[in-house]
Design a protein around this ligand. Structure first.
Ligand SMILES: Nc1ncnc2c1ncn2[C@@H]1O[C@H](COP(=O)(O)OP(=O)(O)OP(=O)(O)O)[C@@H](O)[C@H]1O
Ligand SMILES: [Mg+2]
Length: 152
């Protein structure tokens, strides 16, 4: 399993790092984004979806209330936010029962709220506040994804 850590100093820099990750991803892939409220999960998703050619940065907004957003361009991307999912829910209640049979990239905020089982390659990303504009982003890849570090 490959892992690495980057530090960003602005939301724009996080978007740019996300774009680099997205540009190197090929579906299918499950991206699990963990970290506190405001850590930058949605901001990173803007970059990943843009790098995959699924959406423009400004089109990607938090699926806090709808729980799932779908973007389709050069690639198909589902952006899921499980923060408000509550108890006793599963992928079926989200309308995502067949998502793992699609050729997609599925990006999940608050993945610890649900147990997601898939044989897809998984990328785990943990974001941490360092200061107001600084974030530490730890990326680890499991099962076949290959994201190269493009920054030191
Ligand atoms: N280096 C940085 N990287 C990412 N976001 C940053 C950075 N510096 C400041 N910010 C700001 O922090 C906030 C991050 O919000 P974002 O919605 O991406 O967080 P989140 O992890 O998705 O939160 P939530 O759990 O509420 O969905 C934004 O307001 C963004 O502008
Ligand atoms: Mg968010």
């Amino acid at each position: 399993m490959a892992s690495r850590e980057i530090i960003t100093h602005s939301s724009d820099e996080t978007i740019e790092r996300g774009r680099e990750i997205g540009a190197q991803l090929s579906p299918p892939a499950l991206i699990l984004l963990s970290g506190d409220l405001g850590a930058g999960k949605t901001t990173l998703t803007k970059g990943i979806a843009s790098g995959l050619g699924a959406a423009q940065v400004d089109e990607v907004t938090s699926p806090t209330f709808t729980l799932v957003h779908k973007y389709e361009g050069r690639a198909l991307v589902y952006h899921v936010d499980l923060y408000r999912i509550g108890d006793a829910h599963d992928l079926e209640t989200l309308g995502l029962e067949d998502v793992f049979s699609e050729h997609a990239v599925v990006i999940v905020e608050w993945p610890e709220k649900l147990s997601l089982r898939t044989d897809w390659p998984v990328v785990r990303v943990h974001l941490e506040h360092i200061s107001e504009d600084t974030r530490r982003i730890a990326i680890s890849e499991e099962g076949g994804t290959r994201i190269r570090a493009t920054t030191p």
